[in-house]
Design a protein around this ligand. Structure first.
Ligand SMILES: [Zn+2]
Length: 186
């Protein structure tokens, strides 16, 4: 069962909307709005505010919409997440000061609580070339997992890492007690 309680910040949606507009145009965004309305999770996607909290069902409906209306492929969720990471201003600023991927990944992990009021993200391993991230108490379906995989790859690439790869080695959606993302780079 996916959870229905919880919120995420408008900022989480913002760059996703940029991705949809860029790839599918305003028409694509309108389709998502209609889809969300049908799911009882309508929101004005053009008026989202970064710091406002939005119910988790809206996040689920948004990701379901992107998945079902467009390609129906996990790669799309991955690209959506990667695009988001590449457009986080805070991370881009950090990269000006450090190109150490482990520092940038750490910052992205530590900002979890600023964007979600559910789940906890812990960095289990963080050394040169390898980060292991564990996400607990968070179950909003598999799309967000693919999204996060893309997001962490994007964070690593933003910092200049090469040959970045990621594997979700445990997943609540598959019955594991938590999600675990194993990130490698050079
Ligand atoms: Zn997962």
């Amino acid at each position: 069962m996916t959870q229905t309680v919880g919120h995420c910040r408008g900022a989480v949606f913002k760059s996703n909307i940029g991705y949809v507009k860029k790839k599918y145009g305003s028409q694509g965004l309108n389709k998502i709005t209609t889809y969300m309305k049908e799911k009882g999770a309508w929101m004005d996607l053009d008026k989202i505010r970064d710091t406002e909290w939005y119910p988790i069902r809206m996040r689920i409906a948004f990701l379901d919409g992107v998945y079902e209306l467009f390609s129906g492929r996990n790669e799309e969720m991955f690209s959506l997440g990667k695009y988001a990471a590449l457009h986080v201003e805070r991370l881009a600023l950090l990269v000006r000061y450090t190109k150490r991927t482990e520092e940038v990944v750490k910052e992205s992990g530590q900002s979890w609580d600023k964007h979600w009021d559910i789940g906890s993200l812990e960095i289990m391993v963080n050394e040169h070339g390898h980060t292991l991230l564990r996400l607990e108490e968070f179950n909003i379906g598999p799309h967000q997992c693919k999204y996060l995989s893309g997001y962490f790859v994007g964070v690593a690439e933003l910092s200049g890492a090469n040959n970045v790869s990621i594997e979700e080695t445990a997943c609540i959606s598959k019955g594991d007690p938590y999600h675990e993302f194993d990130l490698h780079w050079e």
